[in-house]
Design a protein around this ligand. Structure first.
Ligand SMILES: Cc1cc2nc3c(=O)[nH]c(=O)nc-3n(C[C@H](O)[C@H](O)[C@H](O)COP(=O)(O)OP(=O)(O)OC[C@H]3O[C@@H](n4cnc5c(N)ncnc54)[C@H](O)[C@@H]3O)c2cc1C
Length: 395
């Protein structure tokens, strides 16, 4: 087993050997993958070293110290955070070899095709259909809120292959070529004025059966792997203490505190301090969850981080906008098709974007249901359609 010092040395050696391509995303990240330093919990030869995921921060710290500026969230958030672990867990050797490295380098952007107009929280009940035709499947239906579909090469597609069994048992999971005939992508614009997500229409789209992940009818199990990884990815993972949104709040406090009336300043100081403590508690919780996560399939702990990080993000951005007073209401609208993880640049833009945090990746109500049932062992939600064939459920 590699020690922490050896891991640091290995990363230093990677940087030394690739100094001339530090600014070339594909070349540098390709070398990082080949060295097993991309996702350290993945097996050797597949971008990792088969060690605890918590050790990735050792690699990342060395890279940051050398000014390597790529980070997974900006390069390929859905592909790296969710696609790669799902392909690794359920894909054939051929699919793993084809996709994993290109996901990490960002040569292939990935998106997640789960939600449909009628089913988001209850995604197991989706009506889109795949019908088998020889060695292929023919898919028809509509997806919605598909982040990054407009720039993606591949999508993780959940669809119904058998309507005559209970909803969770009739789903299958495919890797969809987003440029296949019959895939039509239309932008959806958000409150921020950006369009990071889309509607995706699927009309007689053909997918080879070899692009299926997991057995036919086992799509729900595969989707659960994706969703658990999504919650960990969305909870942000362990960031340096006092960084990110909370750093912005502290900076804003520094700029605005003296402008506030004494009584208001005292109230806002309490609010800022309280948020700082919550941010630190979340950071430590995420660190613990990450350390404890098994290689390919983190448990429901991800839902704790997802729930709190979404609510905390909103509370921090609300506090920033309150501190800014009237200036906090100004937001320039444009309509670019971008992902707004790095943008919007303005504080008000980030406040507007944070409204989505308690919806994307599963709403806060659903996170509470998961925590109540699977972590606290409370009685389950009412599910009248769980055991009857999907085709017989009223809708
Ligand atoms: C910014 C953003 C990006 C997204 N990106 C993607 C993506 O890339 N791919 C993708 O597939 N989807 C994506 N989504 C969709 C997202 O997963 C869904 O919006 C979410 O799961 C909620 O589903 P819904 O919108 O259909 O709301 P609904 O499921 O209709 O829920 C409506 C309301 O009812 C509540 N509710 C529903 N069921 C229950 C219950 N059992 N108990 C208590 N309350 C309940 C919900 O909490 C919510 O408040 C994205 C969403 C956003 C906002």
């Amino acid at each position: 087993m590699i020690t922490d010092d050896e891991l640091r040395e290995r990363t230093e050696a990677l940087v030394a050997a690739n100094r001339d391509v530090l600014d070339d995303q594909i070349a540098f990240r390709g070398a990082q993958w080949d060295d097993g330093l991309a996702t350290v919990q993945f097996p050797e030869g597949r971008g990792g070293l088969g060690i605890s995921p918590g050790k990735q921060s050792i690699v990342d710290d060395v890279l940051r110290a050398h000014g390597v500026r790529y980070d997974n969230l900006r390069i390929n958030p859905i592909g790296i955070g969710m696609g790669a672990p799902t392909v690794l867990t359920y894909g054939s050797d051929e699919l793993i070899d084809k996709h994993l490295r290109r996901i990490f380098t960002g040569e292939d952007i990935w998106c997640q095709l789960f939600s449909e107009p009628t089913n988001g929280s209850d995604v197991a009940g989706i009506p889109s259909r795949a019908v088998r035709d020889g060695d292929e499947w023919v898919v028809n239906g509509q997806k919605v809120w598909t982040t990054l579909a407009h720039v993606s090469s591949y999508g993780m597609l959940l669809t119904r292959t058998n309507p005559d069994v209970p909803k969770h048992k009739g789903l299958s999971y495919f890797i969809l070529d987003m440029h296949a005939p019959g895939v039509e992508i239309r932008p959806l614009f958000q409150i921020t004025g950006e369009a990071e997500f889309n509607e995706v229409f699927l009309t007689d789209v053909r997918i080879p059966d070899t692009h299926r992940l997991g057995a036919e009818g086992e799509g729900w199990r595969v989707a659960t792997t994706t969703l658990m990884n999504e919650r960990v990815a969305l909870s942000g993972g362990p960031a340096p203490r006092g960084s990110g949104a909370i750093a912005e709040l502290v900076k804003c406090w520094g700029e605005r505190a003296e402008l506030l009336a004494p009584a208001e300043r005292a109230v806002m100081r309490d609010r800022v301090s309280d948020l700082w403590v919550r941010a630190e508690v979340l950071r430590l919780t995420n660190q613990r969850a990450k350390d404890g996560a098994s290689a390919g399939n983190p448990g429901p702990e991800g839902s704790v981080g997802k729930l709190e990080s979404a609510q905390l993000s909103q509370a921090i951005h609300e506090c920033i906008v309150d501190l800014m007073g009237a200036a906090g209401t100004i937001h320039e609208l444009g309509y670019p098709m971008t992902r707004s993880d790095s943008a919007p640049d303005s504080r008000t833009g980030r406040f507007l974007r944070s409204r989505a945090n308690t919806i994307e990746g599963g709403t806060s109500e659903i996170m509470r249901n998961i925590l109540g049932e699977r972590v606290l062992g409370l009685p389950g939600d009412v599910r009248v359609d769980k055991d009857i064939p999907w085709s017989e459920a009223p809708r």
